[in-house]
Design a protein around this ligand. Structure first.
Ligand SMILES: [Mn+2]
Length: 413
């Protein structure tokens, strides 16, 4: 990349109104760090803009919903924008799903360096110190998807940036001539296309067990040839981790615990002294994993994990998901009954070498079948395995005589 001529910080989905979710219990010691995390993460974004001495800051939606947030969040955002105002750095804010203009009567509180760009006020010509001009174009309307037709093709040599919110089909943007598509509304950082660069910086602070790993904003640099470089800046103040552990027939409680300790050790290094919130996924077969299928056993295991001091590190185990294949007594598989036949078919499905199950095939044509197949398409592979297990348990339950199912106890989850 040649010398950059334009530099900005791109952030989205700050969600300053949103607190942490997905936890049933929490130690008092973690309460403050969790309440502060979204603000600390947001503050890091503004600090990065100052230390990188950027030309401007781009915000692309879901920054703050004032009605849900209360005065602390609004004032916090005003203060952060004022830090940039003092250095003459403008903030270009394209609204998204939770910060549309109708909810932003509070916009009058914002310092004059903040420009909400949308509709009639969507175009900004930003003049760089070099005298060059950069064109920024916000969305035409507040939508949940990027519509290429809303963005007129670029017709001059200026560096042009498009700002927007929602889902996108990147292949539809290539012809329009923008150098950079600054998007928001997606919480996982992702560059969905290059040439032109179409980028979501993701949320700067994960809020739930699903939002694992480092989170942050993006430093965007554009050079004289119009080449775009994006660099992640990590801002999260609390880290979510999700770790998977495999168990087999031989695994003992001690060896499972040792495996978890080593995963935890790696997680602590990645978290770099941030508080770490962990979800576990224990998968495999054998007596240990079967024993953990009962809710009470999981609760007890979590309590034990949370009672351990990890050399003073702030760690909290949020949940354990236990996944084991459907296994039933050996002689059930051999019997000449409908249940026996069901189990033999099931075994073929569970066989690793079996052709991939196509659950859409047996569905009836028509709207119900279509709706079900759409839902199936949204599921990932690991959820398919879980669905097979649930179907197996249900099938065995329904096909077992009352006496038998109560005496042997069909597997539960
Ligand atoms: Mn969002």
């Amino acid at each position: 990349m040649a010398t950059p001529i334009f530099k900005c910080i791109h952030a989205s989905d700050l969600h300053l109104e949103q607190t942490f979710s997905g936890m049933e219990n929490l130690p008092v010691a973690l309460l403050d760090p969790l309440l502060d995390a979204p603000y600390l993460a947001a503050e890091s974004i503004f600090s990065a803009a100052l230390s990188e001495n950027v030309d401007c800051m781009l915000l692309t939606g879901d920054i703050l919903s004032p009605q849900e947030a209360g005065p602390r969040s609004v004032l916090f955002l005003v203060e952060q924008c004022e830090r940039l105002a003092q250095r003459g750095i403008p903030v270009y804010w394209a609204p998204g799903g939770s910060d549309p203009p109708v909810r932003w009567q509070a916009a009058s509180l914002l310092p004059p360096n903040v420009h909400r760009i949308l509709g009639k006020e969507r175009e900004i010509i930003h003049r760089l110190q070099s005298g060059r001009e950069v064109r920024l174009l916000g969305p035409q309307e507040n939508r949940q998807a990027i519509r290429p037709g809303d963005y007129p093709a670029v017709e001059d040599e200026r560096i042009s940036l498009a700002l927007g919110y929602g889902t996108v089909r990147p292949e539809s943007l290539g012809e329009l001539g923008y150098h950079y598509w600054a998007l928001g509304g997606v919480h996982l950082r992702e560059t969905v296309a290059r040439e032109p660069t179409v980028h979501y910086p993701g949320t700067p602070q994960g809020r739930s067990p699903q939002e694992t790993g480092p989170r942050g904003c993006t430093l965007v640099e554009i050079d004289t040839d119009g080449l775009v470089q994006t660099s992640p800046i990590v801002t999260d103040a609390v880290r979510w981790g999700r770790y998977a552990v495999e168990v087999d027939l031989e695994t003992t409680t001690e060896s499972l615990y040792a495996k978890m300790r080593s995963e935890l050790g790696r997680g602590l290094i990645d978290a770099a002294s941030r508080p770490l919130l962990i979800s576990w996924r224990i998968a495999g077969n054998g007596p240990l994993v079967r024993g953990l299928q009962a809710t009470a056993a999981v609760t007890e295991w979590l309590e034990q994990l949370n009672a351990v001091d990890c050399d003073g590190a702030a760690v909290w185990h949020v949940g354990i998901e236990v996944i084991c294949p459907a296994e039933y007594p050996e002689d059930w598989y051999a019997e000449e009954t409908i249940r026996g036949e069901f189990l033999r078919t099931l075994k073929e499905l569970q066989d690793d070498s079996a052709p991939t199950l196509n659950p859409v095939e047996p569905l009836p044509p028509g709207s119900v079948g279509d709706a079900v197949s759409r839902r199936i398409a949204e599921q990932s592979d690991e959820q398919t395995a879980l669905a097979v297990k649930r179907a197996a348990d249900l099938g065995v339950y329904l096909l077992s005589g009352e006496d038998e199912s109560s005496s042997t106890g069909h597997p539960t989850d």
